[in-house]
Design a binder for this molecule. Structure first.
Ligand SMILES: [Zn+2]
Length: 270
């Protein structure tokens, strides 16, 4: 990650050093790195509070090759089945689907088959459930194994592309980015790209990112601060992210998920 001298959200140049790590947090993805030299920390912006990862390990090609392999091994479909059979009370996805459908019902005037684009689908649990609810879903994932699994096993329209680097201009009513923006170096650039994918008059987007404010009150060994999280957000930085892309924020909320994760969610529109 490039050295950050100014906050990319509020442009302030004063930071505070936060959690320091010399070993992975529990359940962190395994990387092909020398763990004896493991070293990283976070610094937070003194104005908007956003947490930036300061790390020398190059994570750039992580999602193209190793991410899914190291996170799920070759048990993609098994893991998928395990997640979709979780009881409601343990499923983050159940409440995510419910949240978005409720919003959609109030937001769109008509009842029709809306088109949804899910960026960074991973195992495809989310588009799978949304398709069952009647939406016309398309999934994107840079990982080949994940994409094949979604396309072939779940029968969902899938593109195996890196959204950040690719030209993908198909239009949708809804674009979702669930736990995606914390993984990229420049979340603003990433979010701006969805402009090309939103149908002008009838659109909204939905974002989920880890919540630094709440998670940091508990301890530093939480999943919100895993090595692949280059960014950990605050209500302020998430709001600024949306504004800086010239989108309209509609609702921003702090939630605690059933998996125990502290998460910030946002709905906005173009
Ligand atoms: Zn800031």
């Amino acid at each position: 990650m490039k050295k950050i001298n100014r906050c990319i959200f509020c442009n302030n140049n004063k930071f505070k050093k936060r959690f320091n790590y010399t070993k992975p947090v529990p359940r962190e993805i395994k990387l092909k790195i020398d763990y004896r030299k493991y070293s990283r920390y976070y610094k937070s912006c003194k104005i908007c509070g956003h947490w930036f990862s300061v790390i020398k390990i190059d994570l750039n090609n992580l999602y193209n090759k190793e991410y899914v392999a190291s996170t799920y091994g070759d048990k993609l479909n098994q893991t998928f089945k395990k997640i979709i059979s979780l009881p409601k009370s343990k499923s983050d996805n159940y409440f995510r689907v419910k949240r978005i459908l409720n919003f959609s019902k109030n937001f769109f005037k008509n009842k029709k088959k809306y088109k949804l684009l899910d960026v960074g689908s991973g195992l495809g649990v989310f588009p799978y459930e949304m398709k069952k609810k009647g939406l016309d879903c398309t999934a994107l994932d840079p990982d080949k194994n994940a994409s094949n699994h979604i396309k072939n096993k779940l029968k969902i329209k899938t593109k195996n592309i890196d959204f950040f680097k690719s030209k993908f201009n198909k239009k949708f009513n809804i674009v979702t980015l669930n736990k995606v923006l914390e993984h990229v170096e420049n979340p603003t650039k990433m979010l701006k790209k969805i402009k090309n994918n939103l149908i002008k008059k009838e659109n909204f987007f939905y974002i989920e990112v880890p919540d630094a404010t709440e998670a940091s009150k508990i301890n530093k060994d939480r999943e919100e601060f895993a090595i692949d999280h280059l960014h950990v957000f605050t209500l302020n930085s998430l709001y600024l992210l949306i504004k800086n892309c010239n989108f309209t924020p509609i609702l921003i909320e702090r939630i605690k998920e059933n998996s125990n994760k502290f998460t910030l969610i946002a709905f906005g529109k173009f």
